[in-house]
Design a protein around this ligand. Structure first.
Ligand SMILES: Cc1cc2nc3c(=O)[nH]c(=O)nc-3n(C[C@H](O)[C@H](O)[C@H](O)COP(=O)(O)O)c2cc1C
Length: 253
């Protein structure tokens, strides 16, 4: 077990954070958390020899805002374990992209994983994941990471994905607020890209800025923040067949 590790994560609805915290718990006694979704907070440099970095998969890529915030890190040859966390469909170029970002910052990526979590738009897909079985696999991976660090092998790891990456998602739509909204502003406060404002007693969302991350819908205490019903229904149609699929986690060392 290491004394400490830094854990950098972008996790609008909590699945990515949960998966990463399981790993960190198996790697170090002291875990210093940095939430890349907090928009007015500077991203501090790591003070440990190893960092764990986790991002959710959006349209087969990592969210641009997460990549942008990670680019402020200075690795100086420190080691990184990277996690792409996805909702059963596919992670495509996301893990490769995350590794490229970390290497460009000067980190040496020593291990990676593509982990499955509940789908943040269609929660019936991957429901309850990461679960007990995932936890056992992730903790086993933690042991292997510690072994690799101990041996100090520099073998480069290879993860799936290709260059150029697939095009990023772009949909000029955003969640809406229902009449049950009490204007508590939690949606505006949590939005990682500052797309949500309260204007003249109405919640206004800029669809050009919104990345559909679902942080605002998850944070709404009144359950008054939803995707426009046609979009939600379209996603259920598209992904519903995956609700009985148990996709395996993948580990790269
Ligand atoms: C806008 C958006 C795009 C997504 N794209 C994918 C995808 O391409 N493949 C996939 O398997 N899951 C996809 N998901 C599901 C998320 O990757 C998954 O639910 C992840 O755990 C969300 O992380 P969070 O709980 O930390 O917010 C997407 C979710 C959102 C909100």
């Amino acid at each position: 077990m290491l004394d400490k590790t830094g854990f950098y994560y972008f996790s609008p609805t909590g699945g990515t954070k949960r998966a990463g915290e399981i790993l960190c718990g198996g790697i170090a006694k002291d875990v210093r958390l940095t939430d890349l979704g907090q928009r007015d907070q500077a991203v501090e440099q790591p003070d440990s020899d190893l960092v764990v970095v986790a991002a959710p998969v959006f349209g087969g890529r990592i969210p641009a805002i997460a990549a942008e915030r990670l680019r402020g890190l200075d690795g100086h040859g420190k080691k990184a374990v990277t996690l792409a966390v996805y909702g059963v469909r596919a992670y495509e170029d996301a893990l490769l992209e995350l590794n490229d970002v970390m290497e460009a910052c000067g980190f040496q990526v020593t291990a990676s994983a593509a982990l499955v979590a509940q789908h943040s738009i269609v929660p019936e897909v991957g429901q309850g994941r990461p679960d007990k079985e995932d936890e056992t696999e992730i903790l086993d991976f933690a042991k292997k990471v510690l072994d690799k660090l101990e041996k100090d092998t520099k073998d480069p790891i290879k993860v799936p994905g290709s260059h150029p990456y697939k095009d990023g998602m772009s949909m000029a739509v955003s969640p809406i607020s229902l009449p049950a909204c009490v204007q508590c502003r939690k949606c505006a406060a949590i939005c990682p890209v500052g797309a949500v404002q309260l204007e003249k007693d109405a919640v206004v969302t800029d669809p050009e800025k919104c990345i559909l991350c679902m942080a605002c819908t998850a944070a709404c205490p009144e359950h008054a923040r939803i995707l426009p019903p046609p979009l939600q229904e379209g996603m259920v149609q598209k992904l519903g067949a995956l609700k009985d699929v148990r996709r395996e986690n993948e580990f790269f060392l």
